[in-house]
Design a protein around this ligand. Structure first.
Ligand SMILES: [Zn+2]
Ligand SMILES: [Zn+2]
Length: 265
């Protein structure tokens, strides 16, 4: 059973509930630890990212929660970094998730219309996928980043409308190349169930064929819900564990306050 979630959001960014409500939900769900991952401030994106002036308050809030819940549930303070933030240094977070929400000025997953516009921007889904996975690979150069967020976010709407042919050699080669470079750089890949709780998907990211390749190259995984509300705090965790096991994984990575260590399912 999965006992940790390091990826969720609160009213400090685009989440619906307070950090306290998320920690309480995690405790009720039986987690041993919970990490809240703030959307890194990005100029002009305050509608879904943390406003820069609120970042220190977030850090203070999380440190207070950590002390208040000591002995009940461990509380970690994380950051979901986006390459568009272009920050050279980040304040002292416990861990950092690296994600790619923008490509060539287009939002990757904000709405289906924007996802379609992204493909038009590149003339084809294959070319958009090549660009996306190529950009994601840049996360390998950020030593501070431990976790790669929602690896194949491009496919968020595929169950409603198959925007990407994930079986195409171009898509597959681009995804595999990114995984190999990021894994070689020591990055952990999250199994992310966020699109399940929001009703867009019935299965977690990444796709099974990507996870099987990750397993074959000795890659590491963790499991995150990317919850934007307290009632989604462990949404899809059983499906995530079943997916990981079916792809050959017997363990997942857990942050212990200093670094990542393996835990058996
Ligand atoms: Zn994200
Ligand atoms: Zn997120």
């Amino acid at each position: 059973m999965i006992r940790q979630n390091l990826h969720c959001h609160t009213t400090f960014d685009d989440g619906a509930d307070s950090p306290e409500a998320m920690v309480l939900a995690a405790e009720r769900a039986g987690l041993r630890s919970i990490g809240i991952s703030l959307h890194c401030p990005i100029p002009g994106e305050d509608d879904w990212c943390c406003a820069a002036e609120n970042e220190s308050k977030f850090l203070d809030t999380m440190h207070a929660l950590r002390e208040r819940f000591a002995g009940r549930i461990e509380v970690f303070c994380g950051l979901e970094y986006d390459l568009r933030a272009a920050r050279r240094s980040v304040p002292p977070y416990d861990y950092i998730i690296g994600s790619c929400h923008f490509l060539a000025g287009c939002a990757v997953d904000n709405t289906m219309a924007e996802a379609e516009a992204l493909i038009e921007c590149f003339d084809s889904a294959d070319r958009a996928a090549e660009a996306y996975f190529g950009q994601l690979t840049a996360l390998a150069g950020f030593d501070e980043i431990s976790i790669v967020g929602h690896l194949d976010l491009l496919t968020k709407y595929n169950e409603r409308k198959p925007l990407y042919d994930t079986a195409s050699p171009v898509y597959r080669d681009a995804a595999f190349a990114a995984m190999e470079a990021l894994s070689a750089a020591g990055k952990i890949f999250e199994i992310n169930t966020g699109a399940i709780s929001r009703g867009w998907r019935t299965t977690p990211y990444p796709a099974p064929e990507l996870l099987r390749h990750l397993r074959a190259i000795g890659g590491r995984i963790c499991v995150c819900s990317d919850a934007h509300a307290a009632d989604g705090i462990v949404c899809g965790f059983e499906a995530a564990e079943a997916l990981a096991r079916s792809c050959g994984f017997t363990e997942y990575q857990v942050f212990d306050g200093k670094g990542f260590v393996p835990a058996a399912f």
